[in-house]
Write a protein that binds this ligand. Structure first.
Ligand SMILES: [Zn+2]
Length: 296
């Protein structure tokens, strides 16, 4: 019994010692674990803080970027608006410049109460290409701004099988007077006034008006020109080159002159063609709006 107890006490002590060791080790490892945990938490905490700091920096950078982007957009918009203003201003200036260099007489309606000054001479005045003339030695002249339109139109008419020739173009005031007195002699004063009134002749003094003939009848201006394919071609196409018929059949301004075509610019001629109107139908104020762009 005693031995047993002794023996037993040995085991008991051994077990106690082992348990104590185990507990100690456990506590040690727990303590180590806890220490690690604290360190990890601290590390995590500082990282979280860095992340927060970085996020703050990022968002402030984003704000800054957005602010700069807004400024840039605003500046671009202002720049564009400014550019447009400059453009508008420049086009107004160029329009005014053109207007100042364009003779307003070119789009003037003439009548028995309003006609061209005898001192008016178109500027510039250039010779017409000889191959366009009915009389090659005629030495005919025209306004320099009109010449390219006239040439293009006659080339197009020829290409379409409706060849035209020019019998007369620019006529100075003294030439007009000579022609008029010539008519007076031939037809008598009454007829001459109707045939060559100041109105129609003023248009020739402008240097922008042409009397056309056909190669078949190159010598004279006759109402039968109105029945030719050349006349039909002009009615359909002349507006594309800026020319209009001044005195159509049945007009109230002057006698019918199918051969007499006046340059008024492509814009105005196209409008008149589209609205089936004639130059003398429009109000002078309306016509004046087309002056600056007459040679465009
Ligand atoms: Zn004429």
């Amino acid at each position: 019994m005693h031995t047993f107890f002794k023996h037993h006490s040995f085991w008991l002590h051994s077990a106690l010692a082992i348990s104590t060791l185990a507990l100690g080790a456990g506590a040690f490892f727990l303590w180590r674990g806890h220490t690690d945990l604290v360190a990890i938490r601290a590390e995590l905490g500082s990282r979280e803080q860095s992340i927060t700091e970085l996020q703050e920096k990022l968002s402030s950078t984003e704000e800054e970027r957005n602010r700069l982007q807004n400024l840039l957009q605003q500046a671009a918009a202002e720049n564009e608006a400014f550019g447009k203003r400059v453009e508008t201003l420049a086009s107004s200036v160029s329009l005014l410049d053109k207007l100042s260099k364009t003779d307003r007489e070119l789009l003037q309606k003439y009548s028995s109460v309003y006609f061209l000054s005898e001192n008016f001479i178109p500027d510039p005045l250039v010779p017409i290409d000889a191959d366009l003339l009915a009389r090659k030695d005629a030495n005919a002249m025209i306004h320099g701004g009109v010449m390219p339109f006239l040439r293009s139109m006659m080339q197009a008419a020829k290409a379409d099988g409706a060849p035209l020739l020019i019998l007369s173009a620019y006529r100075s005031f003294s030439e007009q007077s000579a022609v008029k007195s010539g008519y007076k002699v031939t037809y008598g004063a009454g007829t001459a006034n109707k045939f060559s009134a100041d109105q129609g002749y003023s248009e020739h003094q402008l240097g922008s008006t042409i009397d056309f003939v056909t190669p078949e009848k190159p010598a004279s201006l006759v109402p039968s020109f109105g029945e030719t394919s050349q006349y039909d071609w002009l009615v359909k196409n002349a507006h594309k080159y800026g020319f209009v018929l001044s005195y159509p059949k049945g007009n109230t301004f002057f006698q019918y002159e199918p051969w007499h075509w006046r340059f008024v610019g492509v814009d105005l001629a196209t409008r008149l063609h589209a609205e089936n109107k004639y130059f003398y139908d429009l109000d002078q104020r309306e016509i004046n709006a087309y002056l600056a762009r007459i040679f465009d």
